[in-house]
Design a protein around this ligand. Structure first.
Ligand SMILES: [Zn+2]
Length: 367
């Protein structure tokens, strides 16, 4: 005698009959009332069962073509030096940078972005508007080292101003928007003259894309695309970059110790989309979201709202987190880096700027 209650006593006669008599598969299915997409007919694991099938159904792939390598170049130095907060990344000299650009090209990385570490800083960042200044020289050297590499000029002033802000400071103690964009037009022209393939304004000044587009168009550079840092947040993940590029704030009196009056509030998603779409309207050819991993929602939403190519910038703090976690034995650097790069592709990025670009290209080729 079983302890179980007799279910049949509680069921309608036709269902009670099903409990006792074995049925054909077709007969059973009649009574299952499955929704269209439910277990057990649908089993997600069928397409995960071996590597061949997994490879066939993979939605995104990483390729060296996706990567852009950001490069720091310090003037007036004779030796490249490792950046303490970015293990494996160096401040190159004007001489040593060529070898790195060549190495990137050899591994299949299609673009490099050059950042200067200036020894000629002043209130406006005038060295970056000088045709013989560091910005122009870096672009020229990168182009000479590897003519087929797309050399992208970051257009901003923070690496060249003595106060570290992204443009001259006005009497209110804030970065002067309209003076900055007047200057950035000159900077764009200098970069284009020097051979930049793409210019990338990063200062988050209103109107910067439109003045650059205009300046390039009237000076014979209609063919140079603008990659706009379209949604750039006032992020704490930039820390190691500021060490690397020597543009930290706070060492000058009466000047804000933050960039919150021009870079975006990390709390704001709608505003990011609005700002990015404004850059598109001003003539941007590529839109960038920066930082990367903490802002994948912005990237994903932007992907749905524009048909322009999108770039994601995996910033120094993101690289450093993975690097130091790996050094502490907590993570495998290669594995987590590749996973994070894939996340950008999945969220909708066409290209990714990463300090791991060169090694990631190598890992992918050797996989
Ligand atoms: Zn800046």
């Amino acid at each position: 005698m079983s302890d179980k209650p007799d279910l049949k006593a509680f069921l309608p006669a036709d269902l009670a009959k099903n409990l006792s008599e074995p049925k054909s598969h077709a007969e059973l299915m009649k009574h299952k009332r499955l929704t269209d997409n439910a277990f057990p007919h649908v089993r997600m694991r069928r397409l995960r069962q071996n590597a061949a099938i997994r490879d066939m159904v993979r939605e995104n792939n990483l390729s060296p073509d996706d990567f852009i390598y950001p490069l720091f170049i310090e003037e007036n130095t004779s030796e490249r030096s490792e950046i303490k907060s970015l293990p494996g990344i160096y401040r190159e000299t004007e001489k040593s940078m060529g070898a790195v650009v060549k190495e990137a090209a050899r591994e299949g990385v299609r673009g490099v972005m050059v950042f200067g570490v200036s020894h000629h800083k002043d209130h406006t960042g005038s060295d970056s508007m000088d045709p013989n200044g560091l910005l122009a020289r870096m672009i020229d050297r990168a182009k000479q080292a590897s003519p087929e590499t797309a050399v992208i000029a970051d257009l901003c002033f923070c690496e060249y101003t003595d106060h570290g802000h992204c443009g001259p400071i006005n009497e209110r103690g804030d970065v002067d928007n309209d003076k900055t964009i007047e200057n950035i037009a000159m900077q764009a022209e200098v970069a284009a003259e020097a051979g930049a393939d793409i210019v990338a304004p990063s200062g988050m000044m209103d109107g910067q894309v439109s003045v650059i587009r205009h300046a390039l168009d009237v000076t014979g550079f209609t063919h140079i695309p603008v990659m706009a840092y379209a949604a750039k947040f006032a992020s704490n993940f930039y820390g190691p970059f500021r060490d690397a590029a020597g543009c930290s704030l706070g060492h000058v009196e009466n000047v804000p110790k933050h960039r919150k009056t021009y870079q975006m509030d990390p709390a704001n998603g709608r505003e990011a989309i609005r700002d990015a779409l404004m850059d598109e309207a001003e003539g941007a050819d590529i839109l960038m979201v920066k930082p990367g991993m903490a802002y994948l929602d912005i990237l994903k939403e932007l992907r749905q709202k524009t048909d322009l190519p999108l770039a994601a910038y995996q910033v120094s703090g993101e690289y450093a987190m993975m690097k130091f976690a790996a050094q502490a034995g907590a993570l495998n650097f290669q594995d987590v880096m590749l996973e994070s790069l894939m996340a950008f592709k999945r969220a909708g990025a066409d290209m990714v700027l990463s300090y791991s670009a060169i090694e990631a290209a190598r890992w992918i080729k050797n996989a």
